[in-house]
Design a protein around this ligand. Sequence first.
Ligand SMILES: Nc1ncnc2c1ncn2[C@@H]1O[C@H](COP(=O)(O)OP(=O)(O)OP(=O)(O)O)[C@@H](O)[C@H]1O
Ligand SMILES: [Mg+2]
Length: 259
Amino acid sequence: MSKRIDVKDLNVYYGNFLAVEGVNINIEAKSVTAFIGPSGCGKSTFLRTLNRMHEVLPGARVEGEVLLDGDNLYGPGVDPVTVRTQVGMVFQRPNPFPTMSIRDNVLAGVKLNNKKISKGEADALVEKSLRGANLWNEVKDRLEKPGSGLSGGQQQRLCIARAIAVEPQVILMDEPCSALDPISTLAVEDLINELKDQYTVVIVTHNMQQAARVSDRTAFFNIAGTGKPGKLIEFADTTTIFNNPAQKATEDYVSGRFG
Ligand SMILES: Nc1ncnc2c1ncn2[C@@H]1O[C@H](COP(=O)(O)OP(=O)(O)OP(=O)(O)O)[C@@H](O)[C@H]1O
Ligand SMILES: [Mg+2]
């Protein structure tokens, strides 16, 4: 299952600091959307508002709406824990639980949600999630070994399996390949390509080639200066952003003439 996200007039604060201002964006279901832009422009901050991970920091808050298939994630009575099961997240550094087995790592999110499942159901879910993350063949004979014994690329795919296991509708990825070698990066990119048949995927990346390779649409964020809020400058098909952007700032950024 895959859902669309519509963001309306979103402002994102850390205490009094307005970090991201006035974002309006429509993210299609079953597609890959890339967020690009210079360091500090608020890509991670904005990404975290899409599954209510932003507000776990003291003083952090948002104004505006984030609609998941029309339902406001910030509406009254909406449980942020439920939101995070619908909108999963994969972080920059692979963060498997190091002492936990590969199998238990895959199930960690499911157990966190207090879901009771039988051993048989758990086995099936582990296999399905690891297959979905393109990792099954590499780990099927070592499921009880610790997750920390995997290579960086395998660990990142394990984290993707953990995200998939809770059956989210959307998967957010914050620079998921920045700690990976080129081969592992391609493995994760292949996987992202497959995931979009089933999920809505949003990926933050500093790698222009990666954005061009994996995404259908690209959002360019920018910041006018230190202390100023980040803003969404341009959002369009990835080919348009890279070949024929409407804004000069976008063109300067994607062509490397930035700063
Ligand atoms: N926990 C926090 N408390 C206060 N300010 C923060 C916090 N996290 C980020 N910021 C500020 O919010 C702004 C946006 O940061 P953010 O991490 O979202 O940028 P980014 O675009 O993801 O950058 P990068 O490409 O380096 O990851 C920055 O000015 C940053 O200093
Ligand atoms: Mg970031």
